[in-house]
Design a protein around this ligand. Structure first.
Ligand code: LMR
Length: 404
């Protein structure tokens, strides 16, 4: 039995974490996985999360019963307001369905599964993914029988957005195609459309009746401002475009292990929303029965308590601010101290947790193998892995590979 099972390669991102942990080189640097670290290279438990945890620990009304299949209602409704806006017409009109999921990955899966069952695809089920995108997007859609197809997004020449290519892809795709859009802080490039560019994108999406499948894993990380980072999603809702949003609290609440997220499907009317909700419940029941309670209770407390919510916003600014400082310092080291050949402005222009350095797979491999600097083969670095103690070492190793 199982003799024919082929050996699968390890996950491209998590194998870097394992290799980094096993490495005994004192100056090793982990810029692989997108997980926030403080200036001492330690995972940061947000002070607001510590506070919320102690409130939960002392709450004697809580038990270990099952949550409803669609999750903790106080959490899902507050999470919907966070991304769609407290005054969103889609919420007021009762046409948003929100289901608690196993973080952003679970939301992507449930959304993809729902589409695989109920979306009226124009031909074979396909999803258009930005080139490049988070590697897991491909696997998630393939798992449910939806074929991933690339759309132009990143221009290696400018290390920026290929808006013309993107618009062309939207125009060339058959009507009613499904496009996965990164709501903010694009993973892996850190390159987001501007608000004006989003408006152009939305116009074509409307004309072609495409479906927008938003993935929002970094709300707050792009600008440090939760509302600003939700702008694209809210604009699309305001334009009446059909969409869903996958939401994760892994990064912005530092709750990586709790797996707390949500899927929000914005429908045309309440009656449709009720039908969508009934089917999402059936799918969720067969896969996980009920989502886990702890992380959802923590986030619910933070979102629903005005004082904790304000504190959370400050914590997000601490994380986003440190990342911005690292961007500035890396840019300064490369341009002013090391005089590394090439233009490095993209380091400060890109936003969010990641930077696409623009170095080749060969140079990335050299950094891993010779310099003990762990990064994905596409040249993406997690800015959160840089700190005041290791940034100089990283900059000089990067300079070496660029100089050849
Ligand atoms: C990443 O891209 O590094 C993160 O989103 C972690 C993951 O699940 O891959």
């Amino acid at each position: 039995l199982w003799q024919d099972v082929p050996l699968a390669p390890p996950d491209s991102i998590f194998q870097l974490t394992a290799a980094y942990k096993a490495d005994t080189f004192p100056q090793k640097v982990n810029l692989g996985v997108g997980a926030y670290r403080d200036d001492n290279n330690k995972p940061w438990i947000l002070p607001v999360v510590k506070k919320a945890t102690s409130i939960l620990l002392n709450d004697e009304t809580l038990d270990h019963e099952y949550l409803p299949i669609t999750g903790l209602a106080d959490f899902t409704s507050a999470a919907a307001k966070l991304i769609l806006g407290a005054d969103s017409p889609a919420i007021k009109e009762g046409r948003t369905v929100s289901v608690q999921t196993i973080s952003g990955t679970g939301a992507n899966h449930l959304g993809a599964l729902f589409l695989s069952r109920f979306y009226k695809f124009n031909g074979t089920p396909k999803v258009y993914l930005s080139n490049p995108t988070w590697a897991n997007h491909h696997a998630i859609f393939r798992n449910v029988g939806i074929e991933p197809v690339d759309y132009a997004y990143y221009d290696p020449k400018t290390i920026g957005l290929d808006l013309n290519g993107f618009i062309e892809a939207l125009n060339n795709a058959p009507e009613r195609s499904v496009f996965l859009l990164h709501a903010c802080a694009h993973n892996p490039t850190g390159v987001d459309p501007t608000q004006e560019q989003w408006k152009e994108i939305a116009k074509v999406i409307a004309a072609k009746k495409h479906y927008s499948f938003f993935d929002c894993a970094y709300q707050g990380f792009a600008s440090g401002d939760l509302d600003k980072d939700a702008w694209a999603v809210r604009y699309f809702v305001a334009q009446g475009l059909p969409l869903l949003v996958c939401q994760s609290f892994a990064k912005n609440a530092g709750l990586y292990g709790e797996r707390v997220g949500a899927l929000h499907v914005v429908s045309a009317d309440q009656e449709t929303a009720n039908r969508v909700k009934s089917q999402l419940s059936v799918l969720q029941r067969s896969e996980i029965s009920n989502p886990p309670s702890h992380g959802a209770r923590l986030v619910s407390l933070i979102l629903n308590n005005p004082e904790l919510f304000e504190e959370w916003k400050r914590d997000i600014q601490t994380m986003a601010g440190r990342i911005i400082e690292m961007r500035k310092e890396l840019h300064r080291l490369l341009t002013e101290e090391l005089h590394t050949p090439g233009n490095w402005d993209h380091i400060v222009n890109q936003i969010g947790m990641f930077s696409f350095t623009g170095i080749s797979p060969k140079q990335s491999k050299e950094l891993v193998e010779k310099s003990h600097v762990y990064l994905t083969g596409n040249g993406r670095i997690s800015m959160a892995g840089l700190n005041s103690k290791n940034i100089r070492y990283f900059a000089s190793e990067l300079d070496k590979v660029v100089q050849g």
